[in-house]
Design a binder for this molecule. Structure first.
Ligand SMILES: [Zn+2]
Length: 465
């Protein structure tokens, strides 16, 4: 019988990686990186619980690094097969894997400089940029709904997961011992309320479902409330002649925010404001979203059409893209009427820290957090009400007003997950992945009450079905 073993995202939310064994052949669902810690020690700790040379193919749900970040290392260790993903996912991979590699190489150089000074041996690179390029070469684009016969006993189909551009839920038709089984891997399930993306499409039938559980224990605030809160913050900042800083998640959240700001502008609600996208990576991703406008939710395409806009930049004419360092530094001179969206989302690096240096101690600065802030990050300290923070070897008083907006999640909340599971026929066994323990337990309880057979995936334990 087919066997599935979870090597990551089992009782945790990162490192998504599941091995499917069928008739003696092996396939990977996702090949993600764990998060937290510095890039060098993280990459050194990541290990494969299987031989990459024996993997026939990778099936990739979407481009987020916690689902794709170890592909260069997999290729480096001898994986030569196809990587099935949607075409927009490949486009995002090109941007994200290169960015992640550049951070890794820079940190590796610093580590090795320190090691040399201390007379220690240098740390070898786990992969090189040529491996990133090789990953892109091995990508095989698959459209939503298209059937791909991977082997005579394995057929693949992607469904639009509505999470980020190109994201997919995976359906695998497995033949063995004269019988057929349908395995579904949810990938990350989108938030039906979020802009630009479609509502998540649900595979019709399954025998086994590997299902994400990130928000298994809570629902998000309604988007309409969040947009009103955003308007209120902008009004408050306008009255105080202030500047607004928004730490940016480069993929998805930033484009969604630009779209909502575009709606504000089109409705005359953004008078006196200028918006600056101050992140080279978010700029590239935004341009990629524009290229794939035909994949957006039809209502949002219609809104753009209505105002004759073919890109987010046209939809939000007060938007400036500040890719160069000089343009970014020039933003320090602005004293009011500026909304600066800068990476990184959890403030652990990137240009947002430079803006904090110039503004977080000023009372008329407003900082808006529009996404989850993990423990141990600078963003989390601020959300938790820190009175001062330390950056660049110095203390900074936090006199700015800190706001948290809860409705912009790219993941389905609890009700969305329950609805998604209930839409699959065939009474499948559900195996929960990609969640922390409270979320997994709560979702398992709720799904069991609704009559599903549910287990929580354990790390590296094989599951035959
Ligand atoms: Zn994701």
């Amino acid at each position: 019988m087919p066997v599935i073993t979870s090597y990551g995202a089992a009782q945790e939310v990162t490192g998504s990686c599941h091995l499917l064994e069928l008739n003696g052949r092996r396939y990977l669902l996702d090949c993600g990186m764990h998060q937290g810690g510095d890039a060098v020690s993280r990459m050194r700790k990541e290990r494969f619980g299987f031989d990459p040379r024996r993997i026939e193919a990778v099936i990739l749900s979407h481009a987020h690094l916690d689902h794709s970040g170890l592909l260069p290392k997999l290729v480096r260790r001898g994986f030569k097969g196809p990587i099935y993903c949607t075409a927009p996912t490949r486009g995002l991979l090109a941007i994200m894997l290169e960015d992640s590699a550049n951070i890794y190489f820079r940190d590796l150089e610093h580590t090795n400089m320190r090691n040399r000074r201390e007379g220690k041996k240098p740390v070898a690179a786990m992969y090189e940029m040529k491996d990133v390029l090789q990953v892109l070469k091995q990508c095989v684009p698959v459209e939503y709904g298209q059937e791909v016969q991977i082997e005579s006993d394995l057929r693949l189909r992607f469904y639009d997961a509505g999470h980020i551009l190109g994201s997919a839920s995976v359906e695998l038709l497995c033949r063995e011992d004269g019988g057929e089984k349908i395995v579904v891997f949810s990938g990350d399930i989108g938030n039906p309320e979020s802009a630009l993306m479609h509502e998540p499409e649900v595979p019709p039938k399954a025998d086994l479902v590997l299902m994400e559980s990130t928000y298994g224990n809570r629902d998000h605030k309604p988007l309409s409330d969040t947009l009103i809160e955003l308007e209120v913050v902008l009004e408050e900042a306008r009255r105080g002649n202030g500047v607004v800083l928004i730490p940016a998640f480069a993929v998805g959240r930033t484009q969604e925010l630009l779209f909502h700001l575009g709606c504000f502008w089109q409705l005359g609600k953004l008078e006196g404001w200028k918006v600056y996208l101050d992140s080279p990576m978010a700029i590239e991703v935004t341009q990629l979203y524009d290229q794939w406008l035909d994949q957006w939710d039809e209502n949002d395409q219609y809104a753009m059409d209505h105002f004759s806009a073919r890109s987010l930049e046209e939809f939000l004419p007060v938007l400036s893209l500040t890719a160069s360092t000089e343009d970014s530094i020039a933003l320090n001179k602005l004293d009011h009427g500026a909304i600066i969206i800068a990476g990184a989302g959890m403030c652990n690096g990137g240009r947002i820290r430079h803006h904090f240096k110039h503004r977080i101690w000023q009372e008329n600065t407003h900082v808006i957090f529009a996404g989850f802030q993990a423990r141990g990050t600078l963003g989390r300290q601020l959300v938790d009400g820190a009175k001062w923070i330390r950056m660049f070897g110095q203390r900074y008083a936090v006199n700015a007003t800190i706001h948290t907006l809860g409705g912009f999640s790219a993941h389905a909340g609890r009700d969305g997950l329950l609805k998604w599971a209930a839409s699959i026929s065939g009474n499948p066994a559900l195996r929960l992945v990609h969640g922390e323990s409270e979320a997994l337990t709560a979702l398992a309880h709720e799904l069991t009450t609704q009559g599903h057979s549910v287990t929580i995936a354990e790390p590296e334990s094989a599951h035959e079905f």
